[in-house]
Design a protein around this ligand. Structure first.
Ligand code: UDX
Ligand code: UDX
Ligand code: ADP
Length: 480
């Protein structure tokens, strides 16, 4: 029986290993983590992450051929294949601060693997890492190996949160990079055989190590670039009277461009896009390619611009002040169908509104009050000019309440800001919401989820990203 161990039971490691266990009953899969609370949660009925379909998969395999454990060393030493899926945040201090990936967790995992291994192993990079990380890891492993042979593979994961199980069941492609030596090719075949249990062979791509590592960074950069492109166009739509949905649809029907991933929004979030682009920027700079670095930086700059623009629009529309006004925030997660708030645009928008002294009432179906308070109080690290900004003061935090119902959040509010595209926001009783709000009642839709005409008929003043402006907003001061 092949044994797999995955170090890191997070958003990537957990779901990926659960699906491997489901699809490969002949393989024993152990997911290990240093966080006791995370492993306890994986072993309970309340999994540590919210992901549609995940509960069913875990229930079917847990205890059969899927195990969650904190006994990292035991499971690593017994495994034939070790996936490494630990976090690789952006460095916040020292060389490359604000851009480079922090590989501390990766390095300590690699040293531990070398320490405890008693048999040859394939070590698989699963978390996104800078190009050439495999080479560094290989050095750590071989210099500490006591004669044991390691083969390094890069097998980046392309799943998106909220659709992780669907993406894992039916991936566009599985990418495996390895050394071009006979041993490297053999390791590639071993990993390929795991995925071949359910992924058609022609969708399993094999490349050299560096291509696999760079493909992941490039794919995320291209995806984020599409959103910044459509968001840049959304600003122009508002200025000209074009409708961004119509423009995106027309552009997307060109088969060379394609229709997906062209939804204008308040900005992209999530743990990957910004981090991976900053990584790419840093790698370009280190390789003497400042023009290329500058090109990709713009993708993040437009994303920051889009979030600022949204806050400015809210404040400008409401007579240039939101001081002490109640603003309902619907949605805090970085996208629908996840409880994850890493880099969510809601953090920046809420901080912007709090900076103008608004009172916020926040509702998200999957994000806890604790998490929201933590996100709004933690000091933010500015990628552009790396300094830790001052954390929110305790008085500012008092301006925030977290409630468990959209109607409660909007009661007596002056304005509603929709920041995540949860399906339930499409079918709210907006007449009821309007009746219970202060007048004039504003809706700022950062995700294009509401029916603008219907809401205007009810009496709302509506702003929706990239849509022709409400006559009310046209008279308000220009937005930066
Ligand atoms: C992304 C990649 O899609 C995935 O392949 C990679 O493995 C990890 O990073 P994820 O961040 O989980 O996945 O979600 P994704 O669906 O890509 O959304 C990222 C952000 O972009 C979200 O904030 C989302 O709301 C936003 N977005 C996405 C838009 O604003 N408009 C779109 O058209 C699509
Ligand atoms: C373009 C648009 O494709 C077309 O829809 C529009 O109506 C007019 O402008 P055209 O300029 O005739 O058409 O040719 P196109 O095939 O788009 O190529 C433009 C340039 O891009 C060429 O120099 C081509 O060599 C280059 N190109 C294209 C690349 O370098 N790489 C590619 O992958 C594709
Ligand atoms: P991702 O979104 O990439 O999956 P997460 O932060 O959700 O990232 O998960 C990474 C996990 O890796 C965390 O649960 C963390 O505790 C775990 N981890 C980090 N370093 C180690 C290590 N040396 N050994 C075991 N687990 C680790």
């Amino acid at each position: 029986m092949v044994k797999i161990c995955c170090i890191g039971a997070g958003y990537v490691g957990g779901p990926t290993m659960a699906v491997i266990a489901l699809k490969c009953p002949s393989i024993e899969v152990a997911v290990v983590d240093i966080s006791v609370s995370r492993i306890n949660a994986w072993n309970s009925d309340q999994l540590p992450i919210y992901e549609p379909g995940l509960d069913g998969v875990v229930k079917e395999c847990r205890g059969r051929n899927l195990f969650f454990s904190t006994d990292v060393e035991k499971h690593v030493s017994e495994a034939d294949i070790v996936f490494v899926s630990v976090n690789t945040p952006t460095k916040t201090r020292g060389l490359g601060a604000g851009k480079a990936a922090d590989l501390t967790y990766w390095e300590s995992a690699a040293r531990m693997i070398a320490d405890v291994s008693k048999s040859d192993k394939i070590v698989v990079e699963k978390s996104t890492v800078p190009v050439k990380t495999a080479e560094a890891i290989e050095k750590i492993l071989t210099h500490n190996s006591k004669g044991i042979k390691f083969q390094i593979l890069s097998n980046p994961e392309f799943l998106a949160e909220g659709t992780a199980i669907k993406d894992l069941f039916n991936p566009d492609r599985v990418l495996i990079g390895g050394r071009e030596t006979p041993e490297g090719q053999k390791a590639i075949s071993t990993l390929k055989a795991v995925y071949a249990h359910w992924v058609p062979e022609d969708r399993i791509l094999t490349t050299n190590l560096w291509s696999a590592e760079l493909s992941k960074l490039a794919a995320n950069a291209f995806l984020a670039q599409r959103i910044s492109s459509v968001n840049a166009i959304s600003a122009l739509c508002e200025a000209t009277g074009a409708n961004v949905s119509q423009v995106a649809y027309s552009v997307g029907t060109d088969s060379r461009i394609g229709p997906k991933f062209l939804n204008a929004s308040v900005g992209f979030g999530g743990s990957c896009f910004q981090k991976d682009i900053l990584n790419l920027v840093y790698i370009c700079e280190c390789n003497g390619l400042p023009e290329v670095a500058e090109y990709w930086k713009q993708v993040i700059k437009i994303n920051d611009y889009q979030k600022n623009r949204f806050v400015n629009r809210v404040v400008a529309s409401m007579f240039n002040t939101v001081s002490n006004k109640k603003i309902a925030v619907l949605g805090f997660a970085f996208k629908k169908d996840t409880g994850d708030t890493r880099e969510t645009p809601a953090i920046d928008v809420c901080k912007g509104l709090l900076g103008d002294k608004a009172r916020l009432s926040i509702y998200d179906p999957q994000v806890s009050e604790d998490q929201i308070q933590r996100d709004l109080t933690l000091s933010k690290f500015e990628w552009d000019h790396p300094t830790h900004l001052q954390p929110m003061s305790p008085t500012t935090v008092k301006q925030v309440s977290v409630v468990w119902d959209a109607y409660e959040a909007t009661k007596e509010a002056h304005a509603v800001c929709i920041l995540t595209e949860w399906d339930e926001f499409k079918t709210l009783d907006y007449q009821r919401i309007y009746d219970n709000m202060q007048k004039p009642a504003f809706i700022f839709d950062g995700r294009n989820v509401v029916d603008v005409d219907k809401l205007r008929d009810i009496g709302f003043i509506v702003f929706s990203i990239g849509k022709p402006l409400d006559p009310w907003l046209k008279d308000m001061p220009a937005v930066a």
